[in-house]
Design a protein around this ligand. Sequence first.
Ligand SMILES: [Zn+2]
Length: 234
Amino acid sequence: MSEPFAAPAARSLGPVILLGVPGAGKGTQAQRIVAHYGIPQISTGDIFRAAADTPQGRELAQYMERGELVPDRLVCAILAPRLQQPDCRQGFILDGFPRTVPQADWLLTFLAEHRMSGARGPIVVYLTVGYNDLYRRLAGRRTCPKCGRIYNDFSQPPQRPGLCDLDGAELVQRRDDDPAVIRERLISYEERTLPLIEHLRRRSCFHQIYGADPVARVTENVFWALESCRDGAA
Ligand SMILES: [Zn+2]
């Protein structure tokens, strides 16, 4: 990949929050930010797993076993010590957090109290995609039940339609890649997330970026957004 910005991070980047519906490309962009800026990606899933043997982790497990929503105070209590680790000093990427307005408020207060973000607050990158973009990415996705290889009818088709290149097995589509499920997921994400987006838009260095452009262009736009939000940037 060609690097839009040649010089690696000399100054602190600060906290970066990535938002977007599953399939918008958050994972790919997060990997590129990690590689370019050398800051860690903090995902709540990883932190929950790492906390398994702590009292808080055991409390968390009880909620998960009952299939109940984990209370914000518990999520925040597990997240706080991770954000204070030395590897987070130059910044970090949050993936899957915050999900709610109360979580966002906790985070903004925490970051301000610990002087982790600049005057403009954390950097928020909201990756947007339309239904058709998401459909192409997800509905076209087929996997081989035998070897696990992933194909895409639109961007990475197998040599013979519907069959794995490696072992000839018949490719299958996952239930959550179904068009109706994709439409439902996009609508419910937007409904759930709109209050959070509007809340953060006013309290952060906020950038909305179209996520369905070619990946390299999205990365270029994301890096530009990060640079423009850095302390001292105009
Ligand atoms: Zn296969």
